[in-house]
Design a protein around this ligand. Structure first.
Ligand code: AMP
Length: 231
């Protein structure tokens, strides 16, 4: 099973991706994380992507599409993938559809996490990530035990360089002007799962699983209780 997760910055994609990946035994794949990793390692792709990511602009399709397909070709022991942050435009969605056909795979569902813009702004203003592994915290709603220190690995928490007020506004504009069009794209293909993301993470997760069950994509999925979780 292959799933797409889309939603604005701060809508909880990362959290839901991890929960679904565990529950359904899928490989979690975040386009933003892949790009930050390439930038951190200083690869040629990373160097090309860096100015775009730092401005909060979308990187050129050729850079990101190749990176994602590489991940799809190597699933390890997982039965599918959950794409978090890709596609972000209609051309990217079209290229993904063309590529999955070549790979003899398919996209089963595209999950949209809807959260009001004001809630996103509040969440992002308090979003911190750990320096070592990028574990995500929110100083207001999901703080670590020790102030600004990651519970998991003890590394200091920092704000992402693209989480400044101006860059957040710019990235949200791109989402609401461009990425939002994916709603119609996937609805037209009968693959859209539209979820209210303005709830506790566990509730959102249950709603996603229930909706996937209704769409009929959970049959034979990794976890024996996958279909049992409902609203
Ligand atoms: P994110 O962590 O998802 O907010 O992504 C961080 C940054 O990576 C974005 O602001 C873009 O610069 C870049 N990026 C991530 N995914 C994509 C994508 N699908 N297409 C183009 N750029 C992307």
């Amino acid at each position: 099973m292959n799933l797409i997760l889309f939603g604005a910055q701060g809508s909880g994609k990362g959290t839901q991706s991890q929960l679904l990946a565990e529950h359904l035994r899928l490989k979690p794949c975040s386009s933003g994380d892949l790009l930050r990793e390439a930038i951190g390692q200083g690869t040629s792709l990373g160097q090309e992507a860096k100015p775009y990511v730092e401005r909060g602009d979308l990187v050129p399709d050729d850079l990101i599409v190749g990176l994602i397909l590489e991940q799809m070709r190597d699933l390890g022991d997982r039965t599918g993938i959950i794409l978090d942050g890709f596609p972000r435009t209609i051309p990217q969605a079209q290229r993904l559809d063309a590529s999955v056909t070549v790979l003899r795979q398919r996209i089963d569902a595209a999950i949209y996490l809807e959260v009001p813009r004001q809630v996103l702004l509040d969440r992002l203003a308090y979003r911190y990530v750990c320096e070592k592994a990028g574990h995500v915290w929110n100083l207001k709603t999901h703080p670590p035990r020790v102030d600004r220190i990651c519970d998991f690995d003890g590394s200091p928490l920092i704000q992402r360089s693209d989480d400044t007020e101006a860059k957040i506004a710019h990235r949200l504009d791109i989402f609401f002007n461009e990425t939002i069009r994916l709603i119609d794209y996937y609805a037209a293909r009968g693959k859209l799962v539209h979820i209210n993301g303005n709830n506790a993470p566990e509730t959102v997760n249950q709603h996603i699983l229930a909706a996937l069950g209704q769409l009929g994509v959970l049959e034979g999925a990794g976890h024996p209780h996958a279909q049992a979780s409902g609203q």
